[in-house]
Write a protein that binds this ligand. Structure first.
Ligand code: BMA
Length: 795
């Protein structure tokens, strides 16, 4: 039987003055940090001080005892970052140049000092650039010339911390006769039966040995012979429970076990967990253009998505628990689709395992982002090898529903001046429209592929044409106001978003000793977007009076504005289902403490946007829309049952006076939207008035509320807010005496670890809310009051 032994002990990192203990898996930065050689690059402006690390060569060493008792011993690296030479007692075993691949070396019978010598990623990428020629890119860093996580070189939310190291596990595998080299599971559902086809490849030391494989899943067993080095086992599981995305059904998972057998017994075992479901992507043309609708088990769905970036710029630090926590946060916000963005990585098993269990659909980008990518060697061969390996590695996961060729590269070619600058040079089209779809069709035929995001389906339309396929909506953040989202009904919004600073406690930790101001040195350093603060300020000024010299108020208002912006997009787009079939918010998470588009900040704290997502992504969302010169209440119902009941409408003034009231019945079919006209006399007029819609279906435990203010906040004469605050262990209760809009308890100001269970709440006079607070040991009403923010009268 194959024996696998981790090789994680005894590693050292060679350093100018000697050697340091090294973590494997790990990376140079985290080893230097642990040894006190560098300061924490996440704090203050230390990032700049450690830039030298990415420019050096680094060597890791340990002792290797291949041992015996077996015919062959392999040294297996699940991941090396990136350009490295592997040596044994100074003799080369091999070279690597791709972070996204694993590597295996035959070390049978050898002993000695194992060294992994990493070149600087800059040196390697620049050398390749020298050979293949320069290509246009969104950032002036050499990420298109090396198969390495692109955002390691910095991004508009990420630091430039160019890593090196043994970033995934290493082990020795000792085996005799044969081992399982690859299992490619094609999982489908046919007439209610779960079908698994396991395509097995083996590696042999003995050509003549008679080999077979036996597989088991869901109580069913099957056997097949290995002919040469390949064989296929097919299993049919009657009455297989279907795997559904969360909110649509259960997530039954089945253990699959495949054993490689020789006369004498078992040689090797492969174990994975699978789920039975079908997935399709409908991109057919219709009267509005070209759709982009995912269907799981035949159920067409509006994807409630978020974009995912590497959760740490040092990905070797992300534990299984941390993946689970971040994805649990996504699921708890009502998210059902996570897009793994192409400037990052093919994530670890821990990520996809959590998605399988939580019922989160995964859209996986191939790692290409925001650049023209050369197609010459050595890159082309690396791209094919990495795609083949990762497609097969990730295939078992039922959560994975879509492969995507790249992020914004088809768009960039057409729109960002690349086409002219390239002058006929390769730029990646051959990957996205040739190589990658071929690899997916050959290896993973049961999963859809799309060439890029955004992409209109062909060159017949502009790649970012909202009427065709996927769309990225960035003009709104970059140049316009978020009211601009309402101008279009794209078929699928794969990116859109708005920035806000992280939680106060996150800033406090990241910028020790700094007197915080929107433009204080650390704040500016932790803002990586082009004119980011200018866009924040202009975006804020369109809605609110920008507070001068009051950081706390600025911090609160920019966070409110972020939530408002994303709400403006999602409420509008969901109300246009099924024309629009998904929104993927840029972005769920961060990779360090930074002002960014994230809903969950770099320390894992939830911004007000996060809580707003729970409302926006709930199965049932009432929203007031302007349609054809009047107002309608759109009842968005993504639940499997119809939603019917009555909406109580109140036309109110901000002073609390009810100016008109009425009740209208509504009925939205299952997974459908119903527009209910708001009676003319209840439409609010002018800056002082607003509409309150309390919408309650027959079975709903309580009403859901939609608010509609016709004027921008900066014109609304909000009253001076008056409210009482009481505290109890784990709770803060606020009772309003006036209209209190966008009340927010910043729990991390009570105590850095404290968390509130809700974000922005608007109370009408006389209404009360109880905010649950975890991790606050000394409840005190004055402290609670000081941590409460809400909108105030215009000064
Ligand atoms: C899109 C993304 C990212 C970027 C984000 C915000 O371009 O694909 O590259 O971080 O917008 O600018």
């Amino acid at each position: 039987m194959l024996e696998a032994t981790p090789l994680s002990e005894g590693w050292v990192l060679l350093h100018e003055e000697g050697e340091l203990p090294a973590m494997v898996p790990g990376c140079v930065h985290t080893d230097l940090l642990a040894a006190g050689v560098i300061p924490d690059p996440f704090l203050g402006r230390n990032e700049s001080e450690v830039a030298w690390v990415g420019r050096r060569e680094w060597t890791y060493e340990t002792d290797l005892h291949a041992g015996s008792g077996h015919e062959q011993t392999d040294l297996v690296f699940d991941g090396l970052d990136t350009a490295a030479e592997v040596l044994l007692d100074g003799q080369p075993l091999g070279r690597t140049r791709n972070m996204h691949r694993s590597y295996r070396f035959d070390v049978t019978g050898v002993e000695g000092r194992l060294a992994v010598r990493f070149a600087s990623a800059y040196a390697e990428a620049e050398a390749v650039r020298g050979r293949v020629g320069e290509r246009p890119a969104a950032y002036a860093e050499p990420y298109p010339y090396l198969r390495k996580m692109a955002c390691s070189f910095g991004w508009d939310w990420g630091p430039t911390l160019v890593t090196a190291g043994i970033w995934r596990p290493v082990r020795l595998e000792r085996w005799s006769t044969a081992r399982i080299a690859r299992v490619r599971p094609v999982v489908t559902v046919e007439c209610g039966e779960g079908v698994v086809e396991l395509h097995v490849e083996v590696e042999r030391t003995r050509v003549e040995a008679h080999l077979a494989v036996e597989a088991a899943v869901g109580g069913v067993r099957a056997r097949a012979e290995i002919d040469g080095t390949a064989g296929t086992v097919r299993l049919r599981v009657p009455d297989a429970g279907l795997w559904w995305p969360r909110g649509y059904g259960e997530q039954p998972l089945y253990d699959v076990e495949l054993t490689l057998l020789h006369d004498a017994g078992a040689l090797d075992v492969w174990r994975r967990r699978i789920g039975f479901r079908t997935v399709s992507l409908d991109t057919s043309a219709d009267a509005r253009g070209t759709g982009f609708t995912l269907a799981v088990n035949g159920e067409r769905l509006f994807a409630r998505g978020v974009n995912w970036i590497p959760d740490d710029v040092f990905p070797s630090r992300i534990t299984r628990e941390r993946y689970r926590e971040r994805l649990r946060q996504a699921a708890a916000a009502g998210v059902d689709l996570v897009r793994v963005w192409g400037g990052g990585i093919y994530e670890s098993e821990d990520f996809y395992d959590a998605c399988d269990e939580l019922g989160l659909l995964v859209w996986q980008d191939f790692p290409f982002a925001c650049a023209a990518y050369p197609e010459e060697q050595p890159l082309r061969g690396e791209v094919e090898a990495e795609a083949r390996e990762n497609v097969v590695r990730l295939m078992p996961h039922p959560s994975l529903v879509l492969w995507n060729g790249n992020n914004e590269n088809l768009w960039g070619f057409r729109d960002w001046g690349w086409e002219g600058r390239l002058g006929g040079d390769s730029w990646g089209e051959g990957y996205y429209l040739g190589l990658l779809p071929r690899v997916v069709a050959e290896l993973d035929p049961a999963r859809p592929y799309t060439a890029g995001s955004p992409w209109s389906g062909s060159w017949a339309h502009h790649p970012n044409d909202p009427a065709h396929g996927t769309h990225h909506s960035w003009e709104v953040w970059n140049r316009e106001d978020y009211a601009g989202y309402r101008r279009q009904v794209p078929r699928f919004v794969a990116e859109f978003g708005w920035q806000a600073p992280p939680a106060y406690a996150t800033l406090r930790r990241a910028l020790p000793g700094e007197e915080l101001a929107p433009d204080s040195p650390g704040m500016l350093h932790h803002q990586k977007a082009d004119d980011g603060n200018g866009k924040l300020r202009r975006g804020l000024a369109r809605h609110f009076a920008v507070p001068e010299g009051d950081f706390d108020r600025w911090h609160y208002l920019t966070q409110v504005n972020q939530a408002r912006a994303v709400a403006a997009g999602i409420e509008h787009w969901r109300s246009h289902w099924p024309v629009c079939a998904g929104t993927v918010v840029w972005q769920l998470n961060d990779c360090w403490p930074v002002t960014s588009w994230a809903a969950v900040d770099g320390d894992g704290r939830e911004k007000p946007l996060y809580h707003e997502l729970r409302r926006l992504y709930a199965d049932r969302l009432p929203t007031v829309r302007v349609r054809g010169g009047g107002l309608v209440l759109a009842a968005v119902n993504q639940a499997p049952e119809p939603w019917a009941g009555a909406a109580r409408l109140r036309r109110m003034s901000v002073d609390g006076e009810v100016l008109g009231e009425g009740t209208v019945p509504f009925r939205a079919d299952r997974r459908a939207v119903a527009d209910v006209p708001v009676p003319r006399e209840l439409e609010p007029v002018g800056a002082k008035e607003f509409l309150v819609a309390d919408v309650r279906g027959g079975d709903d435990p309580q009403a859901l509320r939609a608010l509609y203010f016709p004027s921008p906040d900066r014109e609304i004469p909000y009253p001076r807010p008056e409210f009482d605050v009481t505290v109890a262990p784990g709770a803060v209760t606020v009772t309003a005496h006036t209209l209190v809009r966008d009340l927010l308890l910043q729990a991390d100001r009570l105590q850095p670890e404290a968390r509130a269970d809700r974000g922005l709440v608007t109370l009408l006079p006389g209404e009360r809310v109880t905010i649950g607070v975890r991790g606050w040991e000394t409840p005190d009403p004055d402290a609670a009051r000081a941590a409460l923010y809400c909108l105030e009268p215009i000064r």
